[in-house]
Design a protein around this ligand. Structure first.
Ligand code: UDP
Length: 232
């Protein structure tokens, strides 16, 4: 596992299967990093430290893959949603917790996962709209899960996992963004053709125009910044 820096943030270079095997052995926090998170880490020291201390940082999304390619690293992106889904299948039988998204969404996602994954042992399911992290952390810890999926969006989910990790050092914990929305069936993932053409971000933006303001300036600006770093 090679850890490199992209605009100041760490990223681990590895294939999908190697990353799965690595985290199953190592345990701890998985960060699925994207350009917005790298940008945020550049402005917020604590968030940068969370990424630095994460046991595994995988390049999620096309922006980070492009950035890595520009810097000369030939690596492929690892979509966080697929990575988390593989962990769920691989760890079936062990206790799993799900925290995040709206209540009806997380419940539906949990139900769908139970139907798909034989032997899935869901010990804790909670929505992501709570005031006090420590209450939820206490509840999760008392169930002693081996895998914790956290869908609070970034940076909330990474900050939450960072706190949880201190209480649950033997678990794998991953921030999964909008994955519960997709697993619930309420939000569609981009069709494969968009995924193949690296246009998943475009599809999501068309479906959810309010994302445009968030994603559109961020992606080209990110690529420009990487080019600037490369040439300086
Ligand atoms: N969310 C949550 N609590 C919050 C804010 C967001 O549970 O306080 C959930 C939201 O309902 C959604 C997920 O976090 O299910 C984040 O989705 P988004 O699409 O913003 O994440 P991305 O994949 O872009 O990181």
């Amino acid at each position: 596992m090679e850890r490199v820096k992209l605009l100041g943030s760490c990223i681990d270079l590895c294939g999908f299967e190697d990353a799965i095997a690595f985290i199953k052995g190592k345990k701890g926090q998985v960060v699925t990093i994207n350009p917005e998170m790298i940008d945020f880490a550049g402005k917020h020291e604590h968030f940068a430290q969370i990424i630095q201390e994460a046991e595994l940082v995988i390049p999620d999304g096309i922006g980070v893959q492009l950035g890595l390619w520009i810097m000369g690293y030939k690596t492929r992106r690892i979509p966080g949603i697929e990575f988390a889904r593989k962990l769920v299948s691989d760890l079936a039988g062990l206790p799993v917790a799900m925290v995040g998204a709206k209540q009806e969404i997380v419940e539906k996602a949990a139900e769908n996962l139970k139907n798909e994954v034989q032997g899935l042992n869901l010990v804790y399911v909670h929505d992501g709209y709570f005031e006090d992290d420590s209450t939820i952390i206490g509840e999760i810890v008392s169930e002693n899960p081996s895998l914790v999926l956290v869908a609070l969006g970034s940076p909330k989910q990474e900050e939450f996992i960072y706190k949880l990790k201190k209480e649950l050092p033997e678990a794998i914990m991953i921030g999964v963004g909008g994955s519960f929305d997709v697993w619930s069936g309420m939000v569609e993932r981009a069709p494969v053709i968009f995924q193949k053409l690296w246009l998943e971000w475009l599809y999501r933006t068309i479906k959810e125009p309010k994302r445009f303001k968030r994603i559109f300036p961020a992606l080209p600006l990110f690529v420009l910044k990487v080019l600037k770093e490369k040439w300086s």
